[in-house]
Write a protein that binds this ligand. Structure first.
Ligand code: ADP
Length: 500
């Protein structure tokens, strides 16, 4: 493996202190009701970065009360949509100004590549806020033609207090996908961040206040899932819950929502996305793109191209070149320029990924490269490739969420469509071919929310994202997400004299 930083080398320190570690409730940074804190750990060193206020049921309740008051009595939902738009734009400007610090916090907390966070992710966050700042004054109802002497129209109103629960793989990006559209629609928010990555959201909360967001509109609670997270989905005064995370927890959220107040639920869940390399593909390009599709962000992407289907005519050549590429992957300190792969987010994920590597070997897949921890310290794993993977193996069925590529061979398009769709998931797919006809045909046949043809992991504020089947409910981004955060009210009035 190409090594960028010896494991024993001193980890690079970002040039600032961690200042914001408290809960943001009602426009103030406060300790948790219990006074408890929890450690957030640097996955490079396995050492504590900071102790963060640990929110629990009581804190969620305080946050919901603040959000309720801000919704029922505060200026936010009543403000002109232009004023709301200006505040969201100011928030975007402040995110842009603090781009590098937000990126560094995400790298510290999660181990993601700093240059990727700095140059791609946080700029996308800024873009998301600008995009939804643009939507704020373009949300409106319709006048409807009806049978009878009535005037009928719809009002699109904010849904109320929105509960949002986000994961750790793209902390600030997930923050923006959730918070920006909910604000644009005029809602108030209780956001529960992931326990692995609380830091960047707290700083973003401070920026939101600086931008002029009234107190109680955006409340941010750090804490664990079964305590703080569960309290959000069960709360009787939360009007809607949006969740991104595992399919298992998604089911729990939906159950809690149904058992409490029937709050509507949107879910972005796991995936096992196929990446299909057709017979006519340029093998070198296919290797590079499928490598990126799986290994990007240490393999910790819900839409990772984690089942690589390669046409039999190019299979052997593909394997040889994919192995070379994995061996060249530069693993090391994610703050170091040129490094391609940092550590997995935490010990739990690290052990889970190593467990799947064991399972793959036991089930008889052929380990081409990798297959073990990298170094002695930090949650680093060698880029790993399994060949000859059979569809029934756990590494072909389960979401591994790590740098483990499973490669399998196919003969016909009919066969690959059937096998690609033979999963409970349906988040995304990659198709690599020179044939427009094949690309379009496969795009229709694949039961997934996103198809990337000859590209992968391209995200844009305006393009909807979400899953078929057990990969989720609803869509985020674009115009599509807005309806998650709106109620539609029908209003009818009689016409005094329909003949006029
Ligand atoms: P992962 O396994 O990738 O960590 P999870 O689905 O467990 O994904 O976590 C995603 C988010 O859901 C995190 O913010 C986590 O704290 C939260 N979470 C975990 N369990 C629950 C739960 N029972 N109820 C609500 N939120 C939860």
């Amino acid at each position: 493996y190409a090594v960028a930083a010896e494991v024993d080398e001193e980890p690079i320190k970002p040039p600032f202190d961690i200042t914001y570690t408290k809960l943001l409730i009602n426009g103030e940074f406060v300790d948790s009701a219990s006074g408890k804190t929890f450690p957030t750990v640097d996955p490079r060193t396995e050492e504590v970065i900071a102790n963060v206020a640990e929110g629990d049921v009581e804190d969620i309740d305080r946050a919901v009360k603040a959000a309720r008051k801000a919704f029922d009595e505060g200026p936010w939902p009543r403000m002109s949509s232009y004023e709301r738009s200006k505040i969201i734009h100011r928030f975007a400007d402040l995110i842009e100004k603090n781009n590098d610090e937000l990126a560094a916090l995400d790298t510290l907390d999660s181990g993601k590549i700093y240059d990727q966070a700095r140059l791609i992710e946080i700029p996308l966050v800024t873009r998301l806020f600008r995009y939804y700042g643009g939507w704020a004054d373009k949300i409106h109802g319709m006048t409807l033609p009806v049978d009878g002497p009535y005037q009928a129209y719809t009002l699109h109103e904010p849904i109320g207090v929105v509960g949002q629960i986000i994961p750790w793989n793209f902390p600030m990006v997930m923050f923006s996908w959730k918070v920006a559209p909910a604000l644009a629609c005029g809602n108030t928010i209780v956001l529960k961040t992931a326990e692995q990555t609380p830091l960047s959201s707290i700083l973003a909360g401070k920026l939101a206040l600086e931008a002029g967001l009234p107190p109680g509109v955006l409340n941010i609670v750090s804490g664990y899932g079964p305590t703080a997270g569960a309290a959000v989905s069960k709360h009787m005064d939360v009007d809607k819950v949006a969740f991104t995370g595992s399919t298992e927890v998604g089911k729990i959220i939906m159950q809690s929502a149904a058992q409490s107040n029937l709050k509507p639920v949107t879910l972005e869940l796991g995936g096992k996305s196929p990446f299909i390399i057709c017979e006519d593909a340029d093998v070198d390009q296919a290797v590079e793109l499928s490598h990126f599709a799986l290994f990007f962000n240490q393999g910790q992407c819900c839409c990772a191209g984690s089942r690589t289907f390669v046409h039999e005519s190019i299979y052997d050549e593909y394997l040889e070149k994919a192995k070379d590429r994995a061996l060249k992957r530069i693993v090391g300190d994610p703050f170091k320029s040129g490094v391609e792969q940092g550590p997995q987010v935490d010990e739990v994920q690290f052990n889970k990924v190593l467990g799947y590597i064991d399972a793959g070997q036991q089930e008889g897949a052929r380990l081409l490269t990798g297959g073990a921890r990298f170094g002695r310290k930090g949650y680093y794993i060698k880029p790993t490739i399994f060949a000859d993977v059979q569809d029934a193996m756990s590494i072909a069925k389960d979401e591994i969420f790590g740098p483990v590529q499973s490669v399998t061979k196919f003969r016909t398009l009919e066969e690959v469509v059937k096998r690609a769709n033979n999963t409970d998931y349906g988040l995304a797919a990659g198709v690599f071919t020179k044939s427009l006809d094949t690309a379009n045909t496969l795009s229709r046949a694949l039961r997934v929310g996103t198809v990337w043809i000859n590209c992968y992991d391209i995200f844009d504020a305006s393009v909807p994202f979400g899953g078929y089947k057990m990969s989720g409910v609803g869509r985020e981004k674009g115009e599509h997400v807005l309806k998650n955060y709106l109620q539609v009210k029908a209003v009818m009035t009689p016409l005094v004299n329909p003949a006029w």
